[in-house]
Design a protein around this ligand. Structure first.
Ligand code: NAP
Length: 352
């Protein structure tokens, strides 16, 4: 379906034009190996299994946690749960869904098991685009495709179970079989995408790394902290500071933005709020524009991926990430958040 974004036309694939039945037909003689049972792995694997696709899991058995998680979800060692290498060997479409740093580390073990006509699938352009750093260079006898859900794995599964879907982008990097696009879209549909929009591996990774470091996660947390701290410094209580910074946004305003856009949210606030927000919006944009310039440059030049590969490639990376998340969780602002959430009517009487 052609969508006109005010002059820029995009070819978006909706479920109606690529129905589940068509996807199942395309994939009926394929075996799909999901390598990695972390966050995206389980979501995509379970959605595909529920959609009647032949799915197996590849996971390091020696790392007990995710191996056990796959067993708990009904995958059976030796039948539908294998080592990374064996799953690759047994499959025709290989979904490379271990962490991006793990993809680089495991590539020398995976590559020898790829067979002529296989499809190598990614949910991020990372490994392929930054091949100088990752050394992930696929052989020329496989298709290389991408479907990148624009949401966390948890939402990919939850939205599927609720009957909706997460939007995904899709891209073809290498078409050996001449069927790469059909295979790519079919997988995009069976993992539960709401609709699929086209991109390239490069555009996907540049925009994704910018988005998560920027508005979606990094800038969001930084803005919250800055406003909370200024309110606290001026004598406002933790609950007032948290309500004015986070709770009102997540419980009310952002839902209006999601429903009908920013002007709709503004129009539903007081005229006092509208006047002030319209006056201050430009100041904030000017203040952060140079930071976004720095960020995009750091993504494009490969500085961000260099950091990810080095830091998340270390054996103790999980403990280190958890330590930083725990510092965030135990900061006054987010402890205030726990207290404020417990006061929501739906949480009355529940344990924090
Ligand atoms: N998280 C999301 O919601 C999301 C959204 C869109 C796209 N993606 C993309 O999807 C892919 C998977 O991301 P993810 O977040 O699901 O994974 P993740 O949580 O970062 O990684 C966990 C998985 O990677 C494995 N792993 C990590 N290091 C490894 C190594 N050195 N050797 C072998 N396995 C290793 C883990 O198994 P072990 O227990 O054996 O270490 C586990 O299976 C990435 O390309 C990511 O960018 C993720």
């Amino acid at each position: 379906m052609k969508l006109d974004f005010g002059g820029s036309v995009e070819d978006v694939v909706m479920r109606e034009e690529f129905p589940l039945k068509k996807a199942q037909e395309i994939l009926k003689s394929e075996t799909i190996a999901v390598l990695g049972y972390g966050v995206q792995g389980p979501a995509q694997a379970l959605n595909m299994r529920d959609n009647g696709v032949n799915v197996i899991i590849g996971q390091r058995p020696e790392e007990k946690h995710y191996w056990q998680k796959a067993i708990d979800d009904g995958f059976v060692p030796g039948k539908s749960l294998f080592s990374l290498e064996e799953a690759t060997q047994r499959a025709t479409i290989i979904q490379y869904l271990i962490s991006d740093a793990g993809q680089m580390a495991q590539w020398p073990n995976i590559k020898p098991h790829l067979k002529k006509g296989d499809a190598l699938y990614f949910s991020h352009g990372f490994s392929i685009v930054y091949k100088e750093q990752t050394k992930v260079i696929p052989p020329d006898f496989v298709d290389v495709i991408l479907v990148a859900p624009k949401g966390s794995g948890a939402s990919v599964r939850a939205n599927f179970q609720a009957g909706s879907g997460i939007n995904s982008s899709y891209a073809i990097f290498q078409d050996f079989t001449g069927k790469a696009k059909d295979r790519c879209l079919a997988v995009g549909i069976v993992i539960g995408s709401g609709y699929l929009f086209p991109t390239t591996f490069e555009k996907e990774v540049y925009s994704d790394l910018t988005g998560e470091r920027g508005v979606l996660m990094g800038a969001l947390a930084g803005m919250f902290e800055a406003q909370y701290n200024i309110l606290r410094k001026n004598g406002h209580s933790p609950s007032e500071s948290f309500n004015e910074t986070v709770e009102e946004l997540t419980q009310s305003l952002i839902r209006l933005v999601s429903e009908k856009g920013m002007d709709w949210m503004y129009a539903n606030c007081s005229t006092t709020a509208q006047r002030g927000a319209l006056d201050w919006k430009g100041k904030f944009r000017k203040a952060v524009e140079p930071v976004f310039e720095d960020l995009y440059d750091s993504v494009k030049t490969g500085k961000e991926t260099e950091i990810v590969l080095r830091v998340n490639g270390a054996p103790d990376y999980r403990e280190k990430l958890e330590k930083e998340l725990s510092e965030m969780r135990n900061s006054e602002m987010w402890k205030a958040g726990t207290a404020v959430r417990s006061l929501r009517p739906e949480n009355w009487g529940k344990k924090k």
